[in-house]
Design a protein. Structure first.
Length: 144
């Protein structure tokens, strides 16, 4: 489970999620601490034993299920994979992949285009799967 998914699910229960040091802290109404889960260690979490009295059995059960799912997720799978822009070292143009026009699979553009028609960000797996020579191209990491 990715951190983004986890936070959305926790917030859908009506709780807040706050990053404190190397933990995500889950608070209930009135900022009452309900649980925390480690961002540094897999399987590490703590819960407030009185949570059931504070938020009810159903929400406590859902919270526990989310906590265990997230805590069980390997640390490197909790975040979206890094992405890169691919730049031509000669022209300075960026590689774009057509989403809607298969006949123009790849093209080069002077600026980075983010749209429903063009893809310009690539994961490591996508770059490694390119069927054209790309070792000479420049990879610029996409800021998170």
């Amino acid at each position: 489970m990715e951190t983004k998914e986890f936070k959305q699910a926790i917030e859908a229960l009506g709780f807040t999620v706050v990053k404190e040091d190397s933990n995500l802290v889950i608070n209930g109404e009135g900022s009452i601490w309900l649980a925390d889960v480690s961002l540094k260690y897999k399987y590490a979490l703590r819960t407030y034993f009185g949570a059931i009295d504070e938020v009810g059995e159903e929400k406590t059960r859902k919270l526990f299920e989310l906590l265990t799912a997230y805590a069980s997720t390997p640390l490197d799978e909790r975040e979206e994979p890094k992405k890169w822009y691919i730049k031509c070292p000669i022209t300075g143009q960026y590689l774009h992949e057509s989403i809607y026009y298969p006949s123009t699979k790849f093209t080069w553009r002077e600026t980075i285009t983010v749209s429903f028609e063009w893809k310009s960000q690539y994961t490591r797996a996508e770059i490694d799967a390119f069927e054209f020579e790309h070792a000479h191209l420049i990879e610029e990491e996409v800021p998170r």
